[in-house]
Structures are given as C-alpha cells and as structure tokens.
Design a binder for this molecule. Sequence first.
Ligand SMILES: [Zn+2]
Length: 290
Amino acid sequence: MTSNPLQQFFRQPSVYLRLPTKGKWYTSEIVETTADNELAVYPLSAMNDIMLNTPDAMLNGQALENVIKDCAPGIKDVKRFLLPDVEALFLAIKSASNGGKIDIDRKCPKCEADNTYELNCSYLLDSSTFLNEDDLTTQFSDELVIHVRPYDFEMRQLFLKREFEEEKTFRNINAQGDAIDDITKAKLMAESIERLSKLTFSLVSRSIEKIVILKQNVTVTDREHINEWLVGISKAQAEIVMEAVDKINKIGIPKTLTAQCTSCGHSWEDALSFDPASFFGKRSLQGMAS
Ligand SMILES: [Zn+2]
C-alpha cells in the first residue's frame, strides 16, 4: 500500500477544546486528549454537512455519532461522551467550520419584531464553566452523600428521541379537535407526560454514581439498590437529587443569552440550544429552547 501524497492537504484540527468535565470520567478507551488535556476538533467536511442537514438522518443517533467521530477522532466511544462536553464540542465544531460565527433569529416577545444576532463561538467557548468539586455531590443532612455525574451521549439521544415522540403524540391529540372528548384528551396527555417523567427518573437514577451512608461509612454502588432508594424517597428529596443532576448537566457553555430588540429596545433572557439538528442546519434556533 502506498500512502496518499494528498494526505498532507487533508483538513487539520483548528480548535483545541478544553472539556467542561475536565475529562474526569474518561479512560483512554473513551477519550484521548492532547498532552495539554485538550480535544483536537476538525472542521466539518462536505459529507458531514450533508448528513447534518438531512433531518431523517439526524433522528437516527448513528449519523450524529459518525459526524462527531469524524470531527473529533480523539473520541473513541461517543456513547460515553458526557453531555456538557457534547454541547461544547458542537460549538467547537461550529467554531472550527464557519469562521466562528453563528446567526440566530429571535422574535421579540414584546413587539414581535424579528431580530437576528450574530454570536461568536469562541467567545461562547471562553465563557464556559468547568466542573467543580461542589458539582459532584449533594447531601441529605448528615446521613447521606449522593455522588452524581452528567448524562452521556446515549442518554441524551434516548431522551431527545422520546421527547420527540411524545411531542408528536401531543400534536396528534390536539389535531383530533372535537373528535375526542376533553376527558379522553386529558387522560392521553397525562399518560404521555407520565412516560416522559418515568424516563427522566430512570436517567436521573443512572446519573447517581454512588451513595455514601456517612454514619456507617458504607458506599452503595449497586444499581438495583440505588433505584429502589430513589423510588422510595419523598418527592422533596427526589427533587434535590434531580436538581443536582440538572446542575451537573448544565456546566459548560452558557445556556442562555440576553437578547435586546433592535426595534423597541426590550431586552430578555432567551435559551440557547445546541441541538445539532437545528444548530447546524439551515433552520433557525427559534423555539428550540431545551
Ligand atoms: Zn421589540
């Protein structure tokens, strides 16, 4: 086999990403970083761009997985790559590919004028937060310490897929209009919400690494035991655990931006979404708040 003399002209990494999780949960089978603990990020190829603009391909997690592997070959196991790093990576790929600028469209909630903002990806990446020791645990009085970790790519895809399905269920119920009565409608919607809540619950459970019983100095890592505990605690306690998981998932790039209307001057906080289906595609981000 002869080596390809064109190889020297292949695309090169143009961004080096510092991972918001600082690589805390990664082995070299999951992610290989540079000596400086950064991830090399390559710009999108023409083929990647086509994939990202094909909605059917994007619904299938495999297509997105391939694009990620292609743009960040240091990631060996995309399914285990963690959510804060996934979102920072999307931004880094965009930064590597588009001269680092993204346009987002927002309708002013006050006067309904359309506004377009140009965001600078490297500025957003520079505003990233990084994993802190306090993000890792939450405590129930002096009895239990719960250790949490972020969702991984596989969990993210599962959630997005199910959320998409339930949104479709909602639309179908609404589209039936008077064909079904209000009580049946309410029942179907409640079932849909329950399915999503159950999924969230199981994802939160998977985000608990271990629980330490302080007084006995016992560490529980058994999945079944942790699940049973999560189902058995009070709603208020479960909410504390969910908040801790939500907080650790939200480290990294900013999740909101302050927008100001160019017509009436009104300013408001708006969600920034980095869902690749909308983020990379031609469609606007409007209404994609996560
Ligand atoms: Zn306005």
